[in-house]
Design a protein around this ligand. Structure first.
Ligand SMILES: N[C@@H](CCC(=O)N[C@@H](CS)C(=O)NCC(=O)O)C(=O)O
Length: 278
């Protein structure tokens, strides 16, 4: 009997999208467990922290394996399941793929997201969600002394996060890091159709979600407009035309109001478990 697969994820989360995309590319059926990381902050609950001590999404459970960290999970998904391989056989290309995955993983996307999101949503993230987080972490820490260290690390991380998004200098650095990484992608695309080599790999998959996030934040033109990054524009069109893009529900724009309302309803009331077919 095949082991069951469960993904703990939050629909708009950039890291969750990477894993959904890997599962879609590999045609893996799974149960999606909704974890609200914005309002109810289910990622701070003790049971979730025992699965994922950093208190972040995504987490993948496959049989007895608990895998955290999206860069590790996408590699795990590629190795553990049948379906087209998303990693090159050639050693040099594989090393190159790993380097591109790691570069993408180091980008400070949550800072960019919280610092750049416009309108009511941006206000809610910065001014409503952030103070809620601190209060909930302190309350849960005193109710769960066995997890005090884990909560302290989370409180410290929250402090760094809030400090970064409030600092114009740090935000400028976040944007500079993104720009220089994108310049490297642009240069690479002048040499090869995909980041690792001739074929689509996990590296392209991970970067797909970064490009989609730049679109969703409305900052695409300032980072990779046609003058600076013509190669990236054409490359992203190829990436987003893969059937997995829609199947995985990659967000490249804010969803229409009915979808937003449905999401809010699950955030406020639901336990949200859905089955995703292969
Ligand atoms: N390196 C981790 C980062 C995970 C991460 O930061 N996840 C975000 C969503 S994309 C999250 O859960 N944020 C909630 C929080 O930090 O409290 C990964 O790639 O899985």
């Amino acid at each position: 009997m095949e082991s069951s697969v469960t993904l703990y994820a939050f629909p708009p989360s950039h890291c969750s999208q990477k894993v959904r995309l890997a599962l879609a590319e590999k045609h893996v059926a799974y149960t999606n467990r909704f974890v609200d990381i914005e309002l109810r902050l289910q990622n701070f609950e003790p049971d979730y922290l025992r699965l994922n001590p950093r208190g972040v999404v995504p987490t993948l459970i496959h049989g007895d394996h608990v895998v955290t960290d999206s860069a590790k999970i996408i590699r795990y998904v590629d190795d553990a399941f049948d379906g087209p391989s998303l990693s090159p056989q050639d050693e040099t290309e594989r090393k190159r793929m790993d380097d591109w995955i790691d570069l993408q993983d180091r980008l400070r996307i949550r800072e960019l997201t919280f610092g750049s999101m416009k309108g009511a949503m941006g206000h809610a993230l910065r001014s409503v969600s952030m103070p809620l987080r601190k209060r909930k972490l302190l309350r849960l820490k005193s109710a769960n002394p066995d997890l005090a260290e884990v909560y302290d690390a989370k409180i410290e991380d929250l402090h760094r996060w809030r400090t970064s998004i409030a600092s114009p200098e740090e935000m400028a650095q976040v944007r500079d890091e993104m720009r220089s990484a994108l310049d490297r992608v642009e240069k690479r695309l002048g040499e090869s159709p995909y980041l690792a080599g001739e074929s689509y790999s996990l590296a392209d998959l991970a970067w797909t979600c970064t490009f989609a996030r730049l679109k969703m934040l409305g900052v695409w033109d300032s980072f990779c407009g046609p003058e600076r990054s013509p190669g990236i524009g054409a490359y992203y069109s190829r990436l987003r035309s893969r059937p997995s893009f829609d199947r995985a529900g990659v967000w490249e724009r804010r969803p229409p109001p009915d979808v937003r309302r449905a999401l809010l309803k699950v955030m406020l009331t639901g336990s949200g478990e859905t089955r995703v077919e292969a």
